[in-house]
Write a new protein. Structure first.
Length: 479
């Protein structure tokens, strides 16, 4: 199977989540959705741009990504986009409430806009932080065909022009081929006729995970089928990716450096040490002392840690009480068995960052799929399904999509212990887009993306491997 993107693009530009309420007096195509319960999805924000009711005023939806910052669509501020600086019209953000008439959360003015240079995305800074609402984190993985996202917003419904309550619905990601694309299609899932309406533009599309919601995209354009005042019958919408904008968001919001090995505290009380750019939290002042630090720290704004990477960057050395020294690779810790091994691997003279014992005890020991590694007297490999696959040339690295990626240097001893056959159930692809499942050291070909969805692998990691390697694997039985 070669995955080919299909779908539509010529949708209506929005000032626009989705789904409203049905009514027996409306046709069956009417937008359908669920009113959000009080206390849910508090990071969803309504933007009021201009004086309500006045000519040129608009309403949009956004998402709180830091206590003092909301992400939304640039087009909310006018068809020609927006410049960096104060908003062109007075703008307020209401966050932390499902019902606009309630008194929870806050209503805060916007004093600055930071537009993305190449995407219909803008960050809006609030004059005061909203500290009692937990911001949503940006997703760490791209969207994929068949995945389920929830969309939420304050736009029109099937029966209301200006609803008081947020509405929400689940949508399914449409056909997806180019992982560097900036937009993707979605279609109503639950309810199936859910629609994205005016007032929902810039609203969040997010994954609901056990670890909390993750922001994947914001609303871009929609056919608006079933929305009050609309006659269009075509379903679906186009979302604008933000999962790949973490560096831009951090660079726009965090305007001071956080140093590895230094302690920082948010006003809410969380104290963390920075290791490889990631915050590692302490569960008590006693743990700070037992890890080897003086209980002294610098203060940072609420929400700072949520903007930082979740795990230390590749090549970070860490250590802790009752532990040796490790190097981080793909979110895993790889142990050094001697000082000489550290030197041989190229980390001689690099001091490790001290982290809590509790944290090290729960660290994985195998890098995540897609991690590129190397080591003394070794070539370059990519991890996949607990195994390593070798690249036989620099061109093969480029063709597979890892060009420019600096490999994490690991000890020879560790590399020699890793096998070359991914575990059963590992999803892989070649550079041409053919997708396979590893079964008993063989490859089973998926003919369509629908087959992947039906088999239950829609959310599984998908690692691109050299065509040479996959061509050399036998084909799995179709039984």
């Amino acid at each position: 199977m070669r995955i080919v993107k299909t779908g539509w693009r010529a949708a209506l530009p929005l000032v626009l989540v989705a789904a409203g309420l049905t009514s027996s007096g409306l046709p069956a195509r009417a937008a359908v959705g669920v009113p959000a319960a009080d206390g849910t999805y508090r990071f969803v924000a309504k933007l009021t741009i201009g004086q309500p009711g006045a000519a040129g005023s608009t309403a949009c939806t956004g998402a709180l990504v830091a206590p003092q910052w909301v992400v939304t669509a640039k087009s909310c501020f006018g068809p020609s986009g927006v410049a960096s600086g104060p908003p062109p019209r007075p703008t307020t953000v209401t966050a932390g409430r499902a019902s606009l008439s309630s008194s929870t959360g806050a209503v805060v003015a916007v004093d600055r806009l930071v537009p993305h240079p190449g995407r219909n995305v803008v960050l809006a800074r609030l004059v005061n932080p909203v500290n009692d609402v937990t911001p949503i984190r940006l997703a760490a993985a791209e969207p994929r065909y068949g995945q389920v996202l929830r969309v939420a917003g304050f736009g029109r419904t099937a029966t209301e022009w200006v609803p008081d309550r947020m509405h929400t619905a689940q949508f399914t990601v449409g056909q997806w081929a180019d992982q560097t694309a900036t937009v993707f299609d979605i279609k109503g899932r639950d309810p199936v006729k859910a629609s994205i309406c005016k007032g929902d533009a810039g609203g969040p599309a997010f994954r609901e995970l056990d670890t909390g919601p993750e922001l994947v995209a914001i609303n871009g354009t929609s056919w608006q089928a079933g929305c009050i005042g609309e006659t269009e019958t075509r379903q679906g919408a186009v979302e604008i990716r933000v999962d790949d904008l973490a560096d831009w968001v951090r660079g726009s919001i965090v305007d001071f450096p956080l140093n590895d090995g230094s302690l920082y505290r948010e006003p809410a009380g969380t104290i963390s040490v920075i290791a490889g750019g990631a915050p590692i939290w302490f569960d008590s002042v006693a743990e700070i002392s037992s890890t080897g630090y003086n209980p002294a720290w610098a203060d940072v704004p609420n929400g700072t840690f949520g903007l930082l990477p979740r795990v230390p960057r590749n090549g970070t050395l860490v250590s802790g009480p009752q532990h040796g020294i490790y190097v981080v690779a793909g979110g895993a810790r790889i142990w050094f068995n001697s000082p000489q091994e550290i030197v041989d691997t190229g980390y001689g003279g690099v001091p490790p960052t001290l982290v809590p014992t509790r944290y090290l005890d729960n660290f994985p020991t195998v890098p995540r799929d897609g991690t590129v590694v190397s080591g003394p007297n070794h070539g370059i490999y990519v991890f996949v399904g607990g195994a390593m696959v070798w690249f036989n040339s620099p061109q093969e690295i480029v063709d597979t999509g890892y060009g420019g990626v600096t490999p994490a240097m690991l000890p020879t001893r560790y590399l020699d212990s890793i096998g070359g056959v991914p575990r059963d159930g590992t999803m892989v692809s070649n550079p041409q887009g053919d997708v396979y499942l590893i079964v008993g050291g063989a490859k089973k070909h998926f003919r369509t993306w629908d087959e992947i969805v039906e088999s239950g692998y829609v959310d599984a990691p998908l690692t691109v491997l050299p065509a040479r390697y996959l061509d050399g694997l036998p084909n799995a039985s179709s039984d």
